[in-house]
Design a protein. Structure first.
Length: 359
């Protein structure tokens, strides 16, 4: 193990001992916010320190076994134990490196998911509907909650645009690599000649921002318009100006929300989406800087990148960032995204490990 990693692990072990004392103190809960902060840090450090202690114990076991080599009667057993200890050390070192990788502070956050139809007209809107159903099914499997914030339906079905909020632990960590261009190749139902058409949608996954503490939104920089909502919803929805459109003047970002009957709730929801978009803009700029200094295979932050192709005639899905092709399109469109997400996460970790090794 590299000396720098070993030194860092020893520091974390000392810090965990310190936190244990702080949490055990009589006045530990006097400042409840500080107590929560220490508890979170304790939960993060414990698995790292436990792995480090197992690593050191295995080092001791290896030294003991090597000391037995001089005894002819114990030599065979010693060689066997040496081999097992070396294999275990290698395994624990990889696990420790993964545990030391920088955590994305947004990983545990809820998200806003935006899907927009692109080239391909009605077929693109239908595909946007299919993508929304795919993510909603995946969220269901994770026991997450999906709330539609705003939607603009297509002429023959699907959506020209749909924004939803997904509430659940680790939502951003699982779906953050879904941002980008999604392309579909299939024969549309309206196609009489049986020709394959290609159309596309753009997906944006944004961590929910705590607009009060993270994103400073100056009310003077907002233009807020109210209007009558359109679409389904009975007589009431078209009688009152409950729909809200917020324009952030410095960036030109526009957010509309009309899915709730209450203008107040629509405004609050639109402000949440705006805060998430502003936070996302900051993240993309940060990722662009990182990508300029090192090759970023996954999650480069560039929304114009085509990341995935869904080929229905051949029953395959290809993720272009990691050259992964899976022949299980029906299962994936039904929300079985575990294999895709797992592969993207593994690739990202491998890239982080390579950067850690190069430090």
């Amino acid at each position: 193990m590299k000396a720098s990693i070993s030194h860092k692990l020893a520091q974390l072990e000392a810090r965990l001992t310190e936190i244990n004392h702080l949490l055990a103190a009589e006045d530990a809960t006097a400042d409840i916010e500080q107590y929560r902060k220490y508890s979170r840090e304790h939960a993060e450090l414990t698995p790292v320190v436990e792995h480090y202690q197992r690593y050191r114990q295995t080092e001791e076991d290896l030294a003991t076994a090597e000391g037995m080599l001089a005894d002819p009667e114990m030599r065979e057993l010693a060689e066997s134990e040496i081999e097992a200890a070396k294999a275990k050390l290698a395994e624990l070192e990889i696990e420790l490196q993964k545990l030391l990788l920088p955590r994305d502070p947004n990983d545990e956050r809820n998200i806003f998911l935006e899907i927009r139809a692109g080239t391909g007209g009605n077929e693109s809107a239908l595909f946007a509907g299919d993508l929304f159903r795919m993510y909603a099914r995946y969220a269901e499997r994770q026991r997450w909650k999906v709330e539609v914030v705003s939607s603009n339906e297509g002429e023959v079905g699907g959506y020209k645009e749909i924004i939803c909020r997904i509430v659940g632990q680790g939502a951003y960590s699982k779906l953050k690599f879904e941002s980008g261009g999604h392309r579909v190749q299939r024969v549309p139902e309206t196609e009489t000649q049986g020709r394959i058409h290609t159309s596309a949608c753009t997906v944006a996954v944004m961590p929910e921002a705590d607009e009060l503490s993270e994103i400073a939104i100056n009310p003077a920089e907002l233009r807020i318009d109210t209007f009558r909502a359109s679409g389904a919803g009975g007589q009431h929805i078209n009688k009152t100006e409950s729909a809200v459109r917020i324009t952030h003047l410095p960036t030109g970002l526009v957010v509309e929300c009309q899915d709730d009957r209450s203008q107040h709730r629509n405004k609050a929801q639109a402000l949440s989406v705006l805060a998430a978009r502003l936070k996302d803009k900051q993240l993309q700029e940060q990722q662009a800087k990182e990508a300029a200094t090192r090759k970023s295979l996954v999650g480069s932050g560039d929304r114009s990148d085509r990341i995935r192709t869904y080929n229905f005639p051949q029953g395959r899905i290809t993720d272009h960032r990691i050259n992964l092709t899976l022949y299980k399109i029906d299962a994936i469109m039904d929300g079985d995204l575990d294999e895709l997400i797992g592969a993207l996460t593994t690739e990202h970790q491998a890239e982080q490990l390579a950067a850690l090794a190069g430090e």
